[in-house]
Design a protein around this ligand. Sequence first.
Ligand SMILES: [Zn+2]
Length: 537
Amino acid sequence: MHKLFFSKNSVNLSNVIFPYLIGIFPVLFIFNYNKEELSIHDLVLPVLVTLFSIKILMLLLIKIFKDVKKAGLFLLFLIATFFFYDNIFDFLIPYRDWPPLRHLNQFLAIAIIITFFLSFILIRKSKISLILVKFLNIVGIYLLFFNLIEISIYKIIKRDLFKNNYQVDEYENNVKKPAVFTQNNKGARDIYFIILDGYPSSKVLMEFYHYNNKYFIDMLKSKGFFIAENSRANYSATFLSLASSLNMMYLNHLEKGIENINNFKDRKVPYEMIKNNRLVSNLKTYGYKYVHFKSTWGATDHNPNADIYLSGPNSLLLSKFNTEFNMVILKSTILREWLKKNNYFNLYSDQILFNLDKISDLNGIQGPKFIFAHIMSPHPPYVFDEFGKSPKVVNMNYFGNEWNRKDAFIDQLKFVNKKIILAVNKILINSEIEPIIVIQADHGTCSTCDSSNENTMNNYELSEETLRERLNILNAMYLPEGGSKLLYDEISPVNTFRCIFKFYFDKGFKLLEDKHYYSSYESPYKFLDVTGKGIFE
Ligand SMILES: [Zn+2]
C-alpha cells in the first residue's frame, strides 16, 4: 500500500506529500472525536478511498500544471473546499438576511468557482518555493501525528480497563449446553426479535404525547400478543439496553475497574456483547439460523455471526459502505448538500422501510430461524409522515429537541404501527409452525430530558418525570401454546428470552429480578439504580 501512494523517498520533506497528509486529517479527526464508538477497522475504507482519490487527482493535476508542487498546492484548495464546505455554509447561515446570501448554495458555488479560477491562475504563474512545500508537509505530519497518538493511546491503554470484566460468573452458570438438540431441529418455531428504537409505552404516549395508542395495542392483543403494560427498560441507553437483553443479563459488573467513571464512554465491550451475544449462540446450539437485518446503527449494523445478512435495497457496495462512520464523514463534506437532495435520507429511510417490509417475507429461508431486526424508528430523525411519505421538515438529528417535535414523532409512530400490523399479520399467516414474536423498545422517549445540552442527560437533572418517560417501553410478545403464562405486566427485557428459553427449550432457565438503571450519555457506566422510580401510579 505504501508504495502505491508515495514514492520511495516519501519521508523526504521536499516531496509533495502534504495533500495526502492533510487529506486524511479530517477522516482521522472525525474518528478521533468518535473513538469510543468505533473500531480501527472502520478507518480502513475511508482512508483508502481518500488516498486513492487524492492520488488520481494528483496525477490529473500534474498533467495540467506540469509541476508537482503546483499540482499539490491547487489540490490543497480542492481538499479544503471539499471538507470545509459545510463549515463555511453553517458559518454563513446567521447572515442570510443579507440579500446575496439568501441563496447560500448558489452564492458559495459562484464564490468557489471564482476562487478556484483565481488560485489556478496565481499558482500557475508563480514559482512555488521548496520552503512552502516543507512547511505544508510539516503541518500535515503535525495534524496526523496528534490524532494518531490520541487514537493509539486510547485504543491500546483504555481498552484494557475493560478486559477482565467481560466474563462474569453468572454468565457461565446459566449456559447449559443442550445434549439432545443439535443441528437440524426442523420442528422448532421461528423466533422474531424486533426492536423498535425509542418506542414508549402507551402510558407515556398518553401523558407526554397526548396520543392514545389503543388501536395498535388492541390489534396486537387480538392477534394473541401479550402486552406487558408496565414494562420498563433495564438501561436507559440503546447500547446498554441491547447488550443486556441480547445476553439476558445485567451489565453492572462493567463499572468495576473503570477508573474515571465520570468520563468513561468507551462502548467496545457492550458493542461486542451485542455482536457476539449469548442469545444467538444459545439458539445456534439448537440448530437455529441467524437472520440479521442491517440497522445503520453502530453495533447492530451488521453481525459477524449472521447466517443470512439482509442489507437492504441498495447495491452491496453501497450498503456495506453505508456505515454510520462513513455517513458522518460524507455529511461533513461538500457532498452534504447533494446527499440531502438525493441519497442520504433515502439510505436511512429506505433501510427502515426495507426492514419493515422484508421481515414478513422470509419464507424462502428454511427454518428454524432467529430473526433480529433493530429498526431505527420511531426514534428521531423523522423521515416518515403517517403515510410513509417524507415529511415537510426533515432534520437528520437523532437527539435533543427532536423529541419535542411531538406531532412529527406521533406521525412516524403511526406509520410504524401500520407497518408492524401488516408484518405481524403476514408472519402469522405464512408460518407453518406458529412463531415466537417479540416487539420491544430499547428505551422510551426523551422530551423531558435536558435538551439544552444536545444529547446529554445528566443525573442531577433527573426527575421522576424523565425516568417515567425514558424507561417505560413498548413490550409486546407473541408466545404460542401457553408461553405467555410466564409473562407479567412488569417483565423487563433482561427476562424476555429467559422466559422463552424456560418455556420452550430448557426448564432450568431462571428469571432475574427486574431491575432498572439510569445512566447519562456522558457517564454511561455510572449506573443509578432507579428500580423503584419512574413508575406510573
Ligand atoms: Zn435507542
